[in-house]
Design a protein around this ligand. Structure first.
Ligand SMILES: Cc1ncc(COP(=O)(O)O)c(C=O)c1O
Length: 345
């Protein structure tokens, strides 16, 4: 079908022509030997931008979080995370499978934040009955929600008090930074500087085909580099991919505001739609709850048949706005949802 509007995720974007040109031009070497100039320059530049001594280019957000967990924790150690955190629920339990690292999931307060008192209570005493609590992991944005700086500070403050390391899954760090207004690069830095390590994805809203960066101290990144190799993530002429991510860092950060505006436009257009409770946009995402007995159970399929792809029904539907969705697409998608619910076609 022509003109499909794919709102399943911001991971579905295709590299733009200028991004492809940047990939084609990239100077290449062998990154496992550490001599790919494009990877090296990108790592150094991005680390500098976010205020870290070092960064490591990895294949995915999952690999980045896993390298972080394996580098912060050893066998018999434990990390604290929200029970819907991506790195706990959606990454195959990699840290437990490969590192013997136990998760300590905690419920959030319904707004994507952890109660500092819950974090405090979850830190285990130094006693052989317990795993050693080593690390606190947070996520920003979380399901599109920007987590306020004070919330991050409160949580990381508890971690520091107990000598825990801190990791941020900032897959969509720049969405959070852009939503904060002002210069998005310094906004991202201000969020990132509260953590010992941060993971940022370039293959989501930033529109690169592949790749994430893990940030941390030189020593931490040295450990992560070893784990990346062990995980099969040592890529050779990786500069061809780093060139795309580097292009995204220069050209696709500020435009994230367009995705946020399109998400808001879509949510507002459907605010009163019968048969669906559509929430306010959260950065580039819109979530909608089905209305029992009214929302067709096969809404995802019905929308797909009309060229609008989304995920959901478990229980919420999710619509994600990105580089390959224009304002016109957002308007058309809202009309398709409205018409489909009204059964007009
Ligand atoms: C918050 C978050 N962290 C990590 C990841 C993992 O990224 P990847 O799909 O590149 O492994 C995702 C993927 O959607 C994510 O949403």
């Amino acid at each position: 079908m022509d003109n499909v509007i794919d709102l399943r995720s911001d991971t579905v974007t295709r590299p733009t022509e200028p991004m492809r040109a940047a990939m084609a031009r990239a100077d290449l070497g062998d990154d496992v030997f550490g001599d790919d100039p494009t990877v090296n320059a990108f790592q150094e530049r991005a680390a500098d931008l976010l205020g870290f001594p070092a960064a490591l280019f990895v294949s995915s957000g999952t690999q980045s979080n896993l390298c972080a967990l394996l580098s912060h924790c050893g066998r018999g150690d434990e990390y604290i995370a929200m029970w819907e955190a991506h790195l706990y629920t959606h990454e195959g339990g990699g840290a437990a499978v490969l590192g013997g690292i136990q998760p300590q999931p905690l419920p959030d307060r319904g707004d994507g934040t952890l109660d500092p008192a819950d974090i405090e209570a979850a830190v285990k005493p130094d006693d052989p009955h317990y795993a050693r609590t080593r690390l606190l992991c947070l996520e920003n944005t979380f399901s599109g929600r920007v987590i306020a700086r004070e919330q991050l500070q409160a949580a990381t403050g508890v971690a520091r008090k107990h000598a825990l390391a801190t990791h941020l899954d900032g897959a969509r760090l720049f969405n959070a930074a852009v939503a904060g207004g002002g210069d998005p690069y310094s906004g991202a830095r201000q969020i990132a500087e509260q953590f010992d390590s941060v993971s940022v994805c370039f293959s989501k809203g930033l529109g690169a085909p592949v790749g994430s960066l893990l940030f941390g101290s030189r020593e931490f990144i040295g450990r992560a580099r070893r784990w990346r190799k062990a995980l099969g993530g040592g890529m050779r002429q990786a500069g061809v991919l780093a060139a795309a991510a580097s292009y995204a860092l220069d050209h696709h950060v500020e435009r994230l505001t367009e995705d946020h505006a399109n998400a808001a436009l879509f949510a507002e257009a459907l605010a009163d739609v019968p048969g669906l409770e559509v929430g306010a946009a959260r950065t580039n995402m819109v979530f909608a709850r089905p209305v029992a007995g009214v929302t067709p159970p096969d809404l995802v399929e019905r929308l797909a048949a009309r060229g609008v792809l989304c995920t959901g029904g478990r229980p919420e539907f999710r619509f994600v706005f990105h580089l390959d969705v224009s304002r016109g697409d957002a308007e058309r998608a809202a009309s398709v949802v409205r018409e489909t619910l009204a059964g007009t076609r």
